[in-house]
Design a protein around this ligand. Structure first.
Ligand code: AVJ
Length: 310
């Protein structure tokens, strides 16, 4: 991702593959639509992860040292974060990191109300690049990273490795890292999760064009694009595309672009892992998986990792 929507969209239109970084899906409306997706019957990851966390909160808390500072990548769904913070033994504080200052402030307020007397230090950060922690942290024993939702699956293997390495440095000696990953499974389950019968994911995907038209004064013809979720085996992943149903001409920033029927804009990749595969990826970044929990159908896994010396 570059710094601006404009540069990323122009680059995507010029290059074959037409890849737009998925972070741009999450404007205000996109975030609302994603929240609606998490409640769809066919979108199993959110409710499966919440049920795994709920079932194992005591085991999770038992392996986190007292007086830990919790650093969450993302500003958190209160459905996951508040129960975790309540289960931990005297957490020293909570640091939610998010790219959106407005979203972060709102989430921090909700959390403060749900977990009283816990120091909350919201911090604007883009965790797709190197980032810092706030300077004014409360005293604490060690750090616990929290990265739920399989959001790490949006990164390429290379970027996921870089992020895990960066967190190793940032969270320091003896750190723990609690992370959710979506597991590889049949396309019969995966495809409906990303192409629901209600059409919410299609609207989420198409909202990117609405955003581009509004913010960049472009003229994408929304009716010409169809949402598609595609499954690939190597590496296992779902890709979201916006497929042109007929030739499309788009004007933007004084330039004109032609897309042929069948060409598509690639708007998101969501990697699916095996526990062994992710464990190997983590090991390369000096994290060892100490505990793993999953649902009865092995759809989703929650991993506890511990930092090892580099
Ligand atoms: C927020 C990245 C975890 O990949 O499952 C849901 C985003 N995209 N439906 C995912 C998403 C379409 C989601 N993550």
């Amino acid at each position: 991702m570059t710094q601006t929507l404009k540069d990323d969209v122009l680059a995507a239109l010029r290059e074959p593959g037409h890849r737009i970084p998925s972070t741009w899906l999450y404007d205000q409306r996109g975030s609302e639509l994603f929240e609606a997706i998490t409640r769809l019957p066919s979108y199993y990851p959110t409710r499966t992860e919440i049920s795994i966390l709920d079932a194992h909160l005591a085991d999770i808390a038992a392996v986190v040292p007292t007086d830990s500072l919790v650093v969450e990548l993302g500003s958190g769904s209160s459905r996951k974060t508040a129960p975790l913070l309540r289960a931990l033994e005297q957490p020293a504080g909570y640091v939610p990191l998010d790219i959106s200052a407005a979203y972060l402030a709102e989430a921090a307020e909700t959390l403060r109300a749900q977990v009283p007397n816990l120091p909350v230090h919201p911090w604007v950060a883009d965790f797709t690049t190197a980032f810092d922690l706030p300077p004014d942290l409360p005293a604490h024993a060690g750090r616990l990273g929290f990265f739920p939702g399989s959001t790490i699956g949006n990164l390429t293997a290379e970027n996921a490795h870089a992020l895990l390495r960066h967190c190793h440095t940032l969270l320091g000696d003896g750190a723990r890292f609690l992370l959710g990953i979506d597991l590889d499974k049949s396309p019969e389950v995966l495809i409906p999760a990303y192409d629901d019968p209600e059409g919410v994911t299609a609207e989420f995907n198409r909202n990117l064009l609405v955003r581009i038209n509004r913010e960049l004064d472009a003229n994408f013809d929304l009716a010409a694009f169809r949402h598609e979720a595609r499954y690939f085996e190597d590496p296992p992943r779902i890709e979201m595309h916006l497929v042109c149903e007929r030739p499309v001409s788009v004007q933007m920033a004084g330039e004109s672009f032609e897309l042929e029927a069948g060409e598509s804009l690639h708007t998101e990749t969501s990697h699916k892992y095996s526990i062994a595969g992710f464990t190997a990826l983590a090991a390369e970044a000096d994290w060892v998986v100490s505990h793993q929990w999953h649902d009865a159908e092995s759809r989703f896994a929650v991993l506890m990792m511990q930092s090892t010396p580099d």
